[in-house]
Design a protein around this ligand. Structure first.
Ligand code: GTP
Ligand code: MG
Length: 346
């Protein structure tokens, strides 16, 4: 998509209405610009980003979205699956945004290259938007600004938001703070030993997908589906009467996505009918807020130079064995209570 005509003017002339209109017109060039503002550490960018978000919040959302997490161990085929799955969603008339987090690179350049090769078809499709985020600024498995980026994509009219997470374990739980449904991708033979998969991971699975069911891995895939179906049957899902389905597909040969789309529709309708969808979204807002506080607070506190120096001194004394951890915590508490927080920037 090309930039709106007025973007060629001097950057300084870009005002709030430029960004809000661009989003309202589903302009992906403007969408990318706003996401960059949000990720920026410059204070003027942050002020503008806050104003944009506030305005978006005050407008009624255009579309009702579904936020989909794609989780699974490295190399399970998540990105290849998203290429196939995303194109199927486009065919059904959805607009698809994909937010990926690349563990291998801290520069977004590297990330973009990595994702373009795995999502070849989707990346050139009309109605799709792929945004890689380098894992430099992580909060668990998700980038600190992922939730804000979701809101922006929704404001730009994307109604299916797909988030590919990094790795396993902790991240599956993290991503459930910001998504409505979790598709867990596994490979044939994976998890023969289900004990090896952490409980936190299993608890967050809504739909399981055995990928790579092709070539000489087909038989093993059937076995893995059977194994998972049995094991997951013991799990009581928060959605009443939901038996976690285990689907068998090949993303490479583009076979099997129909059953997943059906499960997805059913899950969405049922969780809206039972109210779980809305309860979860409400809880997520609170959880997100609570999770951000410590790091934001720490950032603010450490920006006060003399406070930071005192903390550094305490650390140094612990290292030099002049102080132990227990005493240091007490001194730190004293420091907080007696510090003059009204002094600006000191
Ligand atoms: N045979 C076969 N190979 C697949 C299939 N899906 C993915 N692959 C291959 O598996 C490898 C990993 O695929 P990716 O899509 O990058 O996997 P990923 O889970 O996104 O990997 P990370 O993002 O690094 O965690 C690639 O070589 C793919 O070509 C499939 O359905 N069948
Ligand atoms: Mg990937």
């Amino acid at each position: 998509m090309s930039p709106p005509p007025y973007s060629h003017r001097n950057k300084k002339t870009k005002d709030l209405s430029y960004y809000l209109n661009g989003l309202a017109e589903s302009n992906t060039f403007v969408l990318a610009e706003v996401i960059t503002l949000i990720e920026s550490t410059r204070e003027d960018h942050q002020v503008l980003a806050s104003t944009i978000l506030t305005n978006l919040f005050e407008q009624n959302p255009k579309t009702e979205s579904l936020r989909i997490a794609i989780t699974g161990s490295p190399g399970a085929g998540k990105s290849t699956f998203i290429d196939y799955f995303g194109c199927s969603l486009l065919q059904k008339g959805h607009k698809v945004a994909v937010l990926t987090i690349d563990p291998s690179s801290n520069s977004s350049r590297g990330s973009i290259l990595g994702d373009k090769t795995r999502m070849e078809q989707l990346s050139v499709s009309e109605g799709a938007y792929i945004r890689p985020t380098a894992s430099g600024n992580l909060l668990g498995g998700i980038a600190a600004h992922t939730k804000e980026t979701i809101l922006l994509c929704e404001a730009a009219g994307f109604d299916r938001i797909i988030i590919e997470t990094v790795g396993v374990g902790q991240n599956e739980a993290e991503v459930s703070y910001i998504t409505d449904i979790n598709l867990f991708i596994l490979q044939p033979g994976a998890g023969d030993d289900l004990q090896g998969i952490k409980r936190g991971v299993l608890e967050n699975i809504d739909i399981a997908v055995v990928n790579k069911s092709d070539g000489d891995m087909k038989d093993l895939a059937v076995e893995t589906v059977r194994h998972y179906t049995q094991s997951l049957a013991f799990f009581r899902h928060a959605l009443q009467n939901w038996h976690i389905p285990v689907h068998q597909i090949s993303s490479l040969e583009k076979r099997g996505v129909e059953q997943i789309l059906q499960s997805l529709d059913f899950f969405e309708n049922e969780s809206k009918k039972q109210g779980l969808f809305y309860v979860k979204r409400k809880e997520q807002e609170l959880k997100w807020f609570e999770k951000q506080i410590p790091s934001l607070f720490w950032e603010w506190v450490m920006a006060k130079t003399s406070f930071k120096e005192s903390v550094d001194t305490l650390k140094k004394e612990i290292e030099n064995r002049q102080l132990n951890g227990v005493l240091a915590v007490r001194l730190y508490k004293n420091l907080i209570e007696n510090f003059d927080w009204t002094k600006n920037g000191s």
